[in-house]
Design a protein around this ligand. Sequence first.
Ligand code: FCA
Length: 340
Amino acid sequence: MTRAFRRMARAGWLTVAALGALGLASAGCERKAAEQSPIKIGFVVKQPEEPWFQSEWEFAAQAADKYGFKLIRIGAVDGEKVLAGIDNLAAQGAQGFIICTPDVRLGPAIVARAQSHQMKLLSVDDQFVGPDGQFMTAVHHLGISARAIGQDVGRALYAELRKRGWKTDEVGLCAVTFEELDTAKERTDGAIEALIDAGFPRDRVYKAAQKTSDVPGAFDAADVILTQHPEVQRWLVCGMNDNAVLGAVRVMEGRGVPAEAVIGIGINGTDCLNEFRKPAPTGFFASVLLTPRRHGFETAEMMYKWLKEGVEPAKLTFTTGILITRETYEPVLKEQGLLK
Ligand code: FCA
């Protein structure tokens, strides 16, 4: 308030019109502030209930805090929700978004919708596939080194089998697969390949195809395998992620297979913490902890710098993982900033 204004106010000369003008001025200020920090970034995920995606969101929110942009989180479980979500982001003024799509074959439709709103786009975790069945390499992507991580799982399964002194002819591998998604297929193929390379018999590999990539989907798939192979006494379990392995482990528990006769190794490391915290060990032996910070913070940071400074992100980025067990998960997660 100017000194003259204050003098007028003291003298009781402020009119209704003057007060109105003050109000208008402050509305103008707010508008100006909004124009000065205009960056809004969407983060769309396919399974918002999965801890992995919640971790990505959390880390993206840390990037938003650091750089001062607005993060808009959207959970989109099917194609319709994805396209409506993109329209919604555009209506809110977002200039770009990061997405893990519920179906990689939606890639062309997502690209077209982003272009129609002149929005920048970056895919995370699951890479888009074009009408020719090939990856859409024109779309910037950050994902995991799926085959190498799968191979780590296979090697760790075999090492634990040896440690327990199991004979391979009484063991079966229950591989919970989701082969329509390339990153999932690469993971389970990698695990099977490494196990066979290490000496595990190929004819004791039993694949269980998930219809949905969640715990109930894995449960139903593994249930069929257990029914078909009542002769198997000890089980190894692998899958695309923690939830795939958890589903199979639950089936085995339900059928009375003792926990010590199961070695399950997941991937993500974010969705198995409750399992590791159970007072007694279960068949879920270990997980490969991925880097949700890189998938959330780094993708959001890349998008921000692209929008703000015109710095184009790398076309393709691949991340790695670290094996964690009940014994090691706490220090490792603390070190990674995933646990306080
Ligand atoms: C896929 C899976 C997630 C996570 C991510 C890196 O999107 O569905 O659980 O493993 O890849």
